[in-house]
Ligand binder design. Structure first.
Ligand SMILES: *Cc1c(COP(=O)(O)O)cnc(C)c1O
Length: 500
């Protein structure tokens, strides 16, 4: 089969690999991220066809454009395996209409109740198919750093998948009680979960260092193992996320919504993966007008988009939207690559400045380009809680803390621009994953007791159904209670893999 899609490294344009290579490798040897050299384009014709298809068929169509080294049978196996049966009502990404042209794109109907499932139910299939295609016979060790949701979604996705081991590191004090319980009770023969003393950035930096440590790589190789990543640095994580933006547009079309002037998309953002997928969708022809980047008190991206200066030298806040408590948004590198017209030398230089000085500033012309596409805003915990209450009281819509940040920043956007065209707001987690905070917003007097009493109180008050996977956690046994220092991470990995 002719391979048309080539992926290069954001830090070295002489790299050129297929989708399967990009996915099985995870990250380029030069520490750059794999990026498509060109994007497939979707036309009115495509959307006309896609709007009458279900999610699985839309996914096969869009993924087929990116993964053109996969056969139709392979794609069918991957996509059907991921999306049939694992999501409520077989609807991975339903669009719910609220007042005033707002649509909630609910991405938390999968097994772990956060949007990460959309990618991480599919990634194990893509990864094992890719490794096979590459003729590899090594076992793949998936290393994950998580701010809460990726870890559980990756554990669910890779649990007992043949030919894989999965190791997850999370910040001990940086995840919600429910997120911690989800991870520490994970079943499976091939899983290991470890908390670290530090925040998400420490976990992510630690994992990146293990990835690029040649001595460790050699020892793994000798043991018949190889690393890969389930973080959104892996292209196989991003490409499934492009699908739901295409799908959301198809649903708008199908519902006869007026989108001739395009629509806006609001994304609660941490590592910049989800919003980057929307950016790719826009560049492929989905008529997205503005991309609204919503941050919590860790507003490094707000400042970057508004000033052109990215500066991670700042206070780190532990917020009630923990999956966005991030100061190094790794996927921004892919945006810079696009905005600098694929100038990998420039991107390498900026990333070196970031690693040496913790900051960099982009050129004015690039800043203008970024601002023409993105709007950025942030809100703190207090505003987040107020927003949860407001939407429950006014729209009867119950949202989680991350989605509330998006709704709040969307209001800032409308106030500033007067732009009221249709807008898709990405709803990234079930409110029950963050019951304590959501309850605090709605019923402060009931904000006590154990996690499951709070789930019950929330359910009683709102009448919104509790996801089964959350109900089941009540009786689950804790399997993992290990905590380590960041410097101990490599040793934990070697110990778990039994490498002497
Ligand atoms: C991961 C996550 C985010 C942030 O997504 P990025 O792709 O890292 O920007 C937002 N909300 C929730 C609930 C998440 O789990």
């Amino acid at each position: 089969m002719a391979v048309l899609m080539i992926y290069t490294s954001s830090r070295n344009s002489s790299v050129g690999v297929s989708a399967a290579e990009a996915i099985s490798q995870g990250i380029s040897e030069d520490s750059g991220l794999f990026v498509p050299v060109s994007l497939p384009i979707l036309t009115g014709n495509d959307f006309g066809k896609l709007k009458d298809l279900n999610y699985i068929d839309r996914a096969k169509y869009v993924l087929g454009k990116f993964l053109d080294d996969f056969t139709d049978e392979e794609l069918d196996r991957c996509v059907t395996g991921a999306y049939s049966g694992n999501f409520d009502d077989d609807q991975p990404a339903p669009l719910k209409k609220l007042k005033n042209n707002k649509y909630m794109l609910e991405l938390w109907h999968g097994p772990t109740c956060a949007f990460k499932d959309l990618a991480l139910q599919l990634l194990p299939f893509l990864l094992t198919a890719s490794v096979k295609k590459e003729g590899g016979n090594k076992k793949t060790v998936i290393l994950v750093a998580t701010s809460g949701d990726t870890g559980k979604a990756a554990l669910e996705g890779f649990c007992d998948v043949e030919g894989t081991e999965i190791i997850v590191f999370y910040p001990q004090k940086g995840v919600s009680p429910m997120q911690k319980l989800q991870m520490s009770t994970q079943q499976g023969e091939n899983v290991f979960v470890c908390a670290i003393e530090g925040n998400f950035d420490d976990a992510q930096t630690g994992v990146k260092q293990i990835f690029t440590n040649t001595e460790i790589a050699q020892r793994l190789n000798d043991a018949g193992l190889q690393f890969s990543s389930a973080n959104s640095i892996n292209w196989g994580r991003l490409v499934p996320q492009i699908v739901y933006y295409v799908s959301a547009y198809c649903d708008l079309l199908k519902n006869g919504e007026e989108t001739k002037d395009g629509f806006n998309v609001v994304v609660p953002t941490g590592n910049f993966g989800n919003i980057l997928a929307a950016f790719y969708a826009k560049n492929m022809g989905v008529p997205i007008n503005r991309l609204i980047c919503a941050s919590n008190a860790n507003n490094v991206l707000t400042e970057f988009i508004n000033s052109g200066c990215y500066n991670k030298n700042r206070r780190f806040y532990t917020s009630i939207s923990p999956s966005m408590d991030i100061l190094i948004s790794s996927n921004l590198e892919r945006l810079l690559f696009e905005m600098y017209e694929k100038d990998s030398a420039k991107v390498k230089d900026l990333m070196e400045q970031l690693s040496q000085h913790g900051k960099y500033t982009v050129d004015n012309s690039v800043l203008e380009k970024i601002q023409s596409v993105f709007f950025a805003g942030c809100c703190d915990d207090e505003q987040t809680l107020k927003t949860i209450k407001k939407y429950f009281d006014d729209d009867n819509y119950l949202c989680d803390t991350h989605t509330a940040v998006a709704l709040n920043v969307y209001e800032q956007f409308v106030a500033k621009t007067g732009d009221t065209r249709p807008t898709v707001i990405v709803s990234t987690a079930s409110p029950y994953k963050f019951s304590q905070s959501v309850l605090k917003a709605l019923l402060p007097e009931k904000n006590c007791g154990d996690e499951f009493e709070m789930v019950e109180a929330l359910n009683e008050y709102t009448k919104v159904a509790v996801p089964n996977s959350i109900k089941k956690l009540r009786d689950a046994k804790v399997k993992f209670d290990v905590v380590c220092e960041r410097q101990e991470m490599p040793q934990k990995v070697l110990d778990y893999l039994n490498i002497k």
